[in-house]
Design a binder for this molecule. Structure first.
Ligand code: ADP
Length: 186
C-alpha cells in the first residue's frame, strides 16, 4: 500500500471543510493512517516547501505558463517567482491551524492528486476538491500577494510523499491497520 501526505491548509480549516475533504478520500477507498491539527512553526513549513532549485523552478514555470496563456508577459525568472511564492507559503501555512494526514491505499499518491485537482481552483476540474469547493485564481492571488487559496496540499510523487511524511509525523504517530472493506476495494 502506498502512503501520501495531505495538508488541509488554513483556508480549508477556516471554511469548515475538514469533514468533506476527508470523506472524499475515504469514499474513494483510501484510509487515514495518521492525522493531527496544528499551527505549524516556520521551520517545519520551510522543510516542507524546501529551498530546492528544481521545486522553485517548477512552481515558477507553472505560474509563468498560466500567465503567458492569458497573454500576460512575465519578466521575473522562474526561480525568483518560486522563491517569492515559497516565502508567501511559509507566511500563510503558519498563519493558522492546518490538518496534516497520511492517506494510504492503492496508488494513493496519484488517486489523491486526482481527487484534489490542479493547482489553480479557477481552472481545476469542477468535480475535484479544488475545482468544486474553491474559486481562487492566479490573478487574484497575485493582487493579494498571497498564495492561491486552493484548500489542500498533496504530495506530488512517492519520493516527495516519503520526505514530506517525515516532516510532519514520527513513526509512532502512524497507525498500522486495514479498512474492514479492504478486500472489496482493489
Ligand atoms: P500543487 O500544490 O498543485 O502541487 P505547486 O507545488 O506548484 O502546486 O505550488 C505549491 C503551492 O503554491 C500551490 O498549491 C499554491 O497554493 C501556491 N502557488 C503556486 N503558484 C502560485 C502562484 N503563481 N501564485 C500564488 N500561489 C501559488
Amino acid at each position: 500500500m502506498e502512503q501520501t501526505l495531505v495538508l488541509i491548509k488554513p483556508d480549508g480549516v477556516r471554511r469548515a471543510l475538514i469533514g468533506r475533504v476527508i470523506s472524499r478520500f475515504e469514499d474513494a477507498g483510501l484510509q487515514i493512517s495518521a492525522i493531527k491539527m496544528l499551527v505549524p512553526e516556520r521551520e517545519r513549513v520551510g522543510r516542507h516547501y524546501t529551498d530546492d532549485e528544481a521545486w522553485l523552478k517548477s512552481v515558477g514555470s507553472k505560474s509563468k505558463k498560466a500567465y503567458e496563456s492569458k497573454g500576460v508577459s512575465v519578466t521575473e525568472s522562474e526561480i525568483d517567482i518560486g522563491r517569492r511564492i515559497r516565502g508567501q507559503l511559509i507566511d500563510y501555512l503558519t498563519s493558522g491551524p492546518v490538518i496534516a494526514m497520511i492517506i494510504e491505499g492503492n496508488e494513493a499518491v496519484f488517486t489523491v492528486r486526482k481527487i484534489v485537482g490542479s493547482t489553480e481552483p479557477r481552472s481545476a476540474d469542477p468535480s475535484s476538491i479544488r475545482g468544486g469547493l474553491s474559486t481562487d485564481s492566479y490573478g487574484a492571488a497575485d493582487s493579494r500577494k498571497s498564495p492561491l487559496k486552493n484548500l489542500i496540499h498533496a504530495s506530488e510523487d512517492v519520493k516527495s510523499a516519503k520526505d514530506e511524511i517525515s516532516v510532519w509525523f514520527s513513526d509512532r504517530e502512524v497507525c498500522d491497520y486495514e479498512r474492514a472493506d479492504r478486500s472489496a476495494i482493489s
